[in-house]
Design a protein around this ligand. Structure first.
Ligand code: GDP
Ligand code: MG
Length: 440
């Protein structure tokens, strides 16, 4: 596998604690070759390798792992970032939501429509209705109707005599009557992109603005999929991608190229012909699959976790001693993101079971975390170490600097003060004593 090759080709470091250019020369060659073999666009390969080099050269090798493992982890993390970082959820907030499935013929639109229906019903509890709008391909309407019947979905009764826009208009009225939450619109494809098809899709978009326009793209197309995605994106403004047939030989080359070249988030992956063969797209899973690495990753992650735990323990102790500052708060927010919540952090303190449960609700959502991070990053070191200096004009400056509002800054400081108060209260309860090893 690629990760074996990387591991084998990173030169051993002698007494060095950092990675140097000559250590990874061979490994870089292996990566370049594998990516090109996986039909990743050459520009994407070049940019990717430049970024990996920039991150790796000079990087410190953490305790308990060897440089090869460290480097593999860096490659993995950069793959994850290139594939989009975090997973991106499908948007079904409006009622009814219309999700438009577009793409070339044979890409897997109709199959993916059924798969997505199943996902929305099982995972999100939505009432889903199918709308067949491929009036050209023989038996295309019937194909979706059969899938609906087999899986217990309602399906709008389109006919080949209707125009796609009329189908959608009537289906919207039907959805209201049937109390359907999400309409999945299965559109026609072509063997190649042509203007007529694009016009038809644009017209559909005029009937109602879809909450999602998902391009269904065949992973086996490799680089070709990029230009398909670019054209569809230009004409329609895609909101996401469903990458199909990832169960075959395709190892994600298309995913890398499309994501890097167009920026369109990949939302789902089709991994088989069955309706259940749909996966929410997790960049880290595909990155793992591309590298074909299991052990290395978990090993390095464990070593990193130990480091994280030490960080957390330090700041928890400072918390107990009432020395807790906004700098600690920021480092905690960053740890929280990695470790999944305040309560998991508090597990490292003795006697925190009950309190850690109470804290569960206090862990801010991701968007909030990003805001908090931005605000604290806009503070000077002095301000972080002693939040009491934060007067009105400083707060305004911080709000401007972080692209937030003064209210947000105020809210954060209040949250921080409350956390601090709570911590010092806990110390008085005697937990501080326990923390300091039973002596006071
Ligand atoms: P459409 O023309 O875009 O509507 O494509 P279809 O949904 O009719 O699919 C075309 C072919 O691809 C069918 O034989 C599907 O079973 C197959 N297919 C679709 N998605 C996948 C997938 O994720 N994996 C595999 N192996 N086959 C798929
Ligand atoms: Mg179809």
């Amino acid at each position: 596998s690629l990760s074996d090759k990387i591991l084998g080709s990173v030169k051993k470091l002698r007494g060095q604690a950092t990675i140097s250019e000559s250590n990874i020369e061979e490994a870089i060659k292996e990566i370049r070759m594998s990516l090109l073999e996986a039909d990743v666009n050459f520009k994407v390969v070049k940019n990717f390798i430049d970024r990996v080099k920039a991150k790796a050269i000079g990087a410190e090798v953490i305790k308990n792992v060897n440089p090869g493992q460290m480097f593999t982890k860096i490659v993995h993390d950069e793959l994850v970032q290139t594939l989009g970082g975090d997973k991106v959820d499908v948007n079904v907030r409006e009622n009814p939501s219309v999700i438009m499935m577009v793409g070339l013929q044979g890409a897997g639109k109709t199959t993916s429509t059924a798969k997505l229906g199943l996902y929305l019903r099982q995972k999100l509890g939505k009432k889903v209705g199918f709308v067949p709008a491929d009036i050209y391909r023989p038996a295309a309407i019937e194909q979706l109707q059969i899938l609906a019947k087999q899986n217990g979905f309602s399906c709008f009764s389109s006919t080949t005599e209707m125009k796609p826009e009329d189908i959608l208009t009537q289906a919207l009225a039907w959805a209201k009557k049937e109390m359907i939450d999400v309409l999945l619109l299965d559109t026609a494809g072509r063997l190649q992109i042509d203007d007529e098809l694009m016009k038809e899709l644009e017209d559909l978009k005029q009937v109602i603005t879809p909450t999602e326009i998902l391009l269904v793209a065949d992973a086996m197309l490799g680089q070709q999929a990029v230009s398909v995605a670019e054209t569809f994106h230009q004409r329609l403004g895609l909101t996401g991608l469903v990458l199909t047939k990832v169960d075959g030989d395709a190892r994600g080359g298309a995913a890398l190229s499309i994501r890097e070249m167009t920026g369109i988030p990949i939302k789902f992956m089709g991994v088989g012909e069955k309706v259940s063969a749909l996966e929410v797209f997790h960049p880290d899973r595909l990155a793992g699959r591309i590298l074909d690495m299991g052990d290395v990753l978990s090993l390095v992650e464990k070593a990193q976790e130990v480091m994280d735990h030490q960080e957390v323990e330090k700041s928890a102790k400072r918390m107990m001693n009432n020395e807790f500052t906004l700098t600690d708060f920021l480092s905690q927010i960053q740890q929280l993101k990695k470790m999944g919540g305040l309560e998991s952090m508090l597990k490292f303190l003795p006697g925190m079971g009950e309190i850690s449960k109470q804290m569960k609700n206090m862990t801010p959502p991701d968007s909030e975390m990003k805001k908090i991070e931005a605000i604290i990053n806009s503070m000077t070191i002095q301000e972080r170490e002693d939040h009491r200096v934060l007067n009105g004009s400083r707060r305004q400056r911080i709000a401007d600097g972080s692209g937030t509002r003064v209210q947000d800054v105020n809210k954060l400081i209040k949250q921080f003060e409350e956390a601090k108060k709570m911590m010092s209260g806990m110390m008085k309860m005697g937990l501080g004593k326990a923390m300091r090893g039973g002596k006071s």
